[in-house]
Ligand binder design. Structure first.
Ligand SMILES: [Zn+2]
Length: 280
């Protein structure tokens, strides 16, 4: 197996929304915000080569929406989706599998682009199978007021229309060494990849534990649909991570790519922090 991690782009989001009920006096000690209370998040994608598959995990925001939309997102820095792949020797045509943890716009937008005529949409990875959990797909196409700004038709429907959608029914080993864990607190059917690599267990924590600051059980995003489920799911994963010495890989943490965990008097917390390049 060959794996790599790269940051598509940074974006900004309201710090209060990222930390839910945690007061700013507490979260501001570990995460800085600007004059509009915005904090910086990354959009790290994982590339996994295994058993003839070239798998891309999540695709960032993409570029289909208008200038007004992206004004609120504040994209900056990062390698870009396509250039990040190319820097590692891959073209979009080479990707055999796009694994979407869920269909919120910052995770799946880069999978679909405007066609050349600008009158319709096409897939960015034309030869790939697109994996989404069945629970989440059915939830997303129904949509709901709480997540309406995150589930965008133009990000979702073209995938189904292409005939390249694979719905994942349950937790499984989707590819050799690439396991899927299902979560329901952030949004129903969020898929978390757990990867066995060189005797290590890597967990791409996605929106379950978006940054290292979200390891404490009640430090959760107000975007979560069911906070109590998020707490249970984090608790279970963190316990296993402690026992199995798992490496957590953060999608959204501006500063920290990976960490291990340890037990402290306050509960499970980060132990060693390191870069992804230290484990490959
Ligand atoms: Zn999300």
């Amino acid at each position: 197996m060959k794996i790599s991690l790269f940051n598509i782009a940074n974006f900004r989001v309201d710090g209060g929304a990222m930390f839910g009920v945690v007061p700013k006096v507490l979260w501001s000690r570990v995460c800085s915000s600007d004059e509009n209370n915005l904090i910086v998040l990354t959009l790290r994608s994982l590339i996994v080569e295994t058993d003839g598959h070239l798998i891309l995990v999540d695709t960032g925001w993409g570029d289909k929406q208008d200038e007004k939309f992206f004004r609120h997102v504040h994209l900056h820095n990062g390698e870009g989706l396509i250039t990040g792949l190319q820097k590692r020797g891959y073209e979009p045509e080479n990707i055999t599998d796009v694994f979407l943890t869920h269909l919120h716009a910052d995770h799946c937008g880069g999978a679909v682009k405007l066609n050349k005529k600008g009158n319709g949409y096409e897939l960015v990875f034309p030869n790939a199978v697109y994996h989404v959990s069945r629970t989440h797909w059915e939830w997303a196409i129904k949509n709901n007021l709480r997540e309406a700004d995150s589930f965008l038709e133009e990000n979702i429907l073209p995938i189904e229309q292409s005939g390249r959608l694979n719905l994942v029914d349950e937790e499984c080993e989707l590819f050799p060494g690439f396991f899927v864990r299902m979560c329901f607190g952030h949004t129903p059917g969020l898929m978390i990849p757990v990867i066995q690599y060189n005797g290590k267990t890597l967990v791409y924590t996605g929106d379950l534990i978006p940054t290292i600051a979200h390891i404490p059980l009640i430090w959760n995003m107000s975007y979560d649909i069911e906070s109590l489920k998020t707490i249970d799911e984090k608790e279970q994963l963190l316990k296993e991570s402690l026992e199995g010495n798992y490496i957590l890989v953060f999608q959204h943490d501006e500063k920290v790519e990976c960490c291990t965990v340890e037990m402290t008097p306050k509960g499970i917390r980060a132990k060693e922090k390191f870069g992804f390049s230290d484990i490959i």
